[in-house]
Design a binder for this molecule. Structure first.
Ligand code: PMP
Length: 447
């Protein structure tokens, strides 16, 4: 009891972690797709520390590299070059198409996106930013303004929210297909296959409207996640990004692909999410899966954009830290050696198929979507009327799943989605285990 109190006390500032479950889950140890709590209870991790543990908890090869580096060198700041820094930048650049070859290392996704905003402004000489409805781009004041979901914003003294700190951010249309995204929409108007929805004209039209009504003729940057993560695994209609990029460039802006969730093979079919849209971003930002859980982020851009940026001095104490770089480098090796991206495709596709069967079985499941292991289990809950399930009902299923030993996530603009983004080393057997537990939790709720 005393231990519990002490832990609660120390966790107090971390309100989100405390409220995620009815009672906090204390994780003590991890190995690949498995986690253990302080009482020795084992969980199958189907959330990967919010889509971050890419190759598995404490992957033996990555751990060995980390331990060796820890004995050698921890820190220098970015004023010196270290072998892990040099090696990592070369490796990362080789995974991106020309001309995306200049790497900046940061400590998080928010920081990478902040940097992208600054770069876009310096390079274009313009000021305005566009992000999409449903997007999430970070928790720093600037990226919180880019982020559309108000659940991630805080009220401030003037009665507004943090978005008002950056009045030069504009919100583009949702980008998602009309049949899946609005919980207030009670009639399902379209049964198109995933990503093939023909609502493109509608959303591109709305983007044009954003340009016409809100923005001056020029723009600095356009941010889009290749598949929206926190927003609910929202996939854009075919060619939406292609056409959006073209419009942004016509107005002098640069296009930023936020690969924080979709990068490093998570979508299975491609190493980077943007490749699935056949577009070429000017700036790519990344974090999460980059170092399997070690704090790190990165931005990769073209020499031309980097040149405009290098006129000032950009200092970052920890960016390019040798520990982070050696771990990230080892993560890339493991992705290659273990066939992680291929596994993401195989297990993710299997999960999507099997979850679709669960959707057909349970009336309350509205939708199953995603790609590879990028949220194959996001779902929009509905009852017979196709209205979303109440947060309390969502929580019942969520808690039950946890009590039966499987950790998943919650999300979506209206909190109506379950998120399944496991470490990419999961097997079909793990998927079956998760599916059985999930099925049971839904059944328990229905009973
Ligand atoms: N972009 C996306 C798409 C994200 O999902 C996140 C984190 N959820 C971020 C940016 C911010 O990354 P970080 O939490 O590392 O700052």
């Amino acid at each position: 009891q005393r231990m519990m109190e002490i832990r609660k006390l120390h966790c107090q500032p971390m309100t989100m972690k405390l409220t995620y479950y009815k009672s906090p889950v204390f994780i003590h140890q991890g190995h690949m797709q498995w986690l253990w709590n302080t009482d020795g209870k084992r969980y199958l991790d189907f959330f990967a520390g919010v889509a971050t543990v890419s190759v598995g908890h404490c992957h033996p090869k990555v751990t060995a590299v980390a331990v060796a580096q820890m004995k050698r060198l921890w820190h220098t700041t970015c004023i010196y070059v270290t072998p892990p820094l040099q090696e990592y930048c070369e490796k990362l650049a080789s995974l991106l198409p020309d001309p995306l070859k200049v790497v900046y290392l940061t400590n998080s996704g928010s920081e990478a996106n902040d940097l992208a905003m600054l770069m876009a402004r310096l390079h274009t000489g313009n000021h305005d930013m566009i992000s999409l409805r449903g997007s999430y781009h970070g928790g720093s004041p600037q990226t919180m303004a880019l982020t559309s979901n108000s659940a991630f914003k805080y009220p401030v003294a003037n009665g507004g929210c943090t978005a008002t700190m950056c009045p030069d951010v504009f919100r583009g249309p949702w980008g998602g297909s009309h049949c899946r995204d609005s919980p207030v929409q009670t009639i399902r108007t379209c049964d198109c296959p995933q990503g093939q929805c023909m609502a493109n004209d509608k959303y591109i039209g709305q983007l044009d409207e954003t340009f016409a009504t809100s923005l001056p003729s020029r723009v600095a940057g356009f941010f889009a996640e290749p598949i929206q993560g926190m927003g609910g695994a929202v996939q854009y209609p075919k060619d939406y990004l292609k056409q959006a990029y073209q419009r942004v460039r016509e107005r002098g802006g640069v296009c930023i692909a936020d690969e924080v969730q979709t990068g490093f093979g998570r979508t299975g079919s491609h190493f980077w999410g943007f490749q699935g849209h056949e577009v070429m971003p000017d700036i790519v930002t990344m974090a999460k899966g980059i170092a399997g859980g070690f704090p790190m982020g990165a931005l990769v851009t073209t020499p031309e954009i980097a040149a405009a940026f290098s006129k000032g001095a950009h200092f970052n104490t920890y960016g390019g830290n040798p520990m982070a770089c050696s771990i990230a480098s080892s993560v890339l090796d493991v992705i290659k050696e273990d066939g992680t991206q291929q596994n993401s495709l195989v297990v993710g596709t299997y999960l999507l198929t099997e979850l679709a069967k669960l959707r057909d079985k349970h009336e309350i499941i509205g939708d199953v979507r995603g790609k590879g292991l990028q949220n194959p289990g996001w779902r929009w809950w509905r009852q017979v009327s196709r209205t979303p399930l109440s947060p309390a009902a969502m929580n019942d299923i969520f808690e039950d799943t946890k009590d039966m030993g499987v950790l998943i996530g919650k999300g979506g603009v209206y909190g109506q989605n379950f998120r399944v983004q496991p470490p990419m080393c999961v097997t079909k057997d793990d998927a079956d285990y998760f599916l059985a537990v999930f099925d049971r939790s839904i059944q328990n709720y229905m009973d």
